[in-house]
Design a protein around this ligand. Structure first.
Ligand code: KG4
Ligand code: ZN
Length: 350
């Protein structure tokens, strides 16, 4: 029996709403419609996300987006069987908007609600592509707040292999971009500038490259970029493309080499890349080339679904329901989890 699932994402600076339909067990759920409002322009003036403004904007956007998605899918609210929302991790106030609206809608409709882990959404987002991956795989999760390598054996079966001990890869992009005077969010801006630069121009550290484990560290890289920028002084504007290219090359090399190590450690033959930094072209090119040499397939979410969106939340909910792992609630007493480890929801840890 198919179920219609409404998904709401509001963990940071994007309001996303989507409708997904589950089908027979073993078949990938179908995305019927999704809509997104990005707050980037609103936060740009402040050089980063202002949490209070983010929450207020989610309140303004979430219902119009929901109406739009229902219209696009030619569905009515009454047809929705389950309302899913991002329960964490993320900004507390922003998460509360999605959780509150999801529970209010579900209570009014007399339907259950399901809180979804944001990173599980990213992790399963490649299943929204035309050529979805198969389990098991190594996942490289690279978002603004997280950098993790996971072994994924199925829905809800996540084993953490390694993670950053300080900054995330996205943060390294964002902070370096800020040092170069680029806007927020820094990742795409730095990547664009890097296209015009020489990545061999500056020798930057590759932290923990030879640490023997699968952990990452990016805080030192940001300091090295700052030192280099100071050294350049007045020359910085004309050398910023070279510095951007060298920074991107350092981040990408560490991500690629550690992913290859994770393949060695697990013996797996498939990689899934998810999260905002997964949109980075250089990362895609380098990882594809390195994996092709080993006959390993790399799966990515579609470019527009790399960063936060509602489709991945509805999809993760649908896949949990199909796997029999979801425990939808009917008491509507929601709470949110601003800090929440993904392996804490892994079935293998219970
Ligand atoms: O997954 P995401 O949308 O949000 C979180 O859950 O954190 O990731 C946002 C991060 C930001 O750090 C942003 O700068 C980075 O992804 N990002 C990129 C690119 N597009 C987004 N970093 C490098 N290159 C890109 N093309
Ligand atoms: Zn995200």
């Amino acid at each position: 029996m198919s179920e219609l699932i409404l998904g709401i994402e509001s963990s940071c600076d994007e309001t996303g709403v989507a409708l997904v339909r589950t089908s027979a067990p073993g078949r990938t759920p179908e995305l019927l419609a999704h809509a997104l409002h990005s707050q980037i322009e609103m936060h740009q003036a402040y050089g980063g996300v202002v949490p209070e403004l983010a929450s207020r904007d989610h309140i303004r956007r979430v219902l119009p987006l929901t109406r739009h998605v229902l219209q696009q899918a030619s569905c009515t609210l009454a047809q929705v069987d389950l309302v899913a929302y991002t329960r964490g991790p993320g900004l507390a106030g922003a998460l509360l908007v999605g959780a509150g609206v999801a529970c209010a809608l579900a209570a009014a409709l007399d339907r259950p609600v399901l809180g979804v882990h944001h990173l599980e959404g990213h992790l399963l987002s490649p299943f929204l592509s035309a050529d979805p991956p198969q389990f098991p795989f190594v996942a490289l999760l690279v978002s603004g707040g997280h950098t993790q390598l996971m072994r994924v054996d199925g829905v809800g079966r996540y084993e953490l292999l390694g993670e950053t001990i300080d900054d995330a890869a996205g943060e390294a992009f964002d902070k370096s971009a800020k040092l170069l005077g680029l806007g927020y969010p820094g990742g795409p801006a730095l990547a664009r500038l890097a296209e015009k630069g020489d990545e061999r121009a500056f020798k930057l550290p590759r932290p923990l490259l030879h640490s023997g484990d699968l952990d990452f560290s990016f805080a030192g890289l940001k300091t090295a970029v700052l030192t280099q920028a100071r050294k350049l002084g007045a020359q910085l504007p004309e050398r910023s493309a070279d510095l951007a290219a060298s920074t991107q090359a350092a981040i990408v090399e560490v991500l690629v080499r550690k992913t290859l190590k994770a393949l060695d450690a697990t013996g797996l033959q498939r990689v899934v890349v998810a999260g905002g930094v997964g949109a980075n072209r250089q990362l895609r090119t380098q990882l594809d080339a390195a994996c092709a040499q080993r006959g390993v397939r790399v799966h990515y979410p579609e470019l527009h679904l790399c960063t936060d969106n509602g489709a991945m939340i509805a999809m993760a909910a649908a896949m949990r329901v199909q796997a029999g792992l979801a425990q939808p609630q009917r008491d509507y007493q929601f709470d949110v989890k601003p800090r929440w480890a993904l392996d804490a929801i892994s079935a293998s840890n219970h």
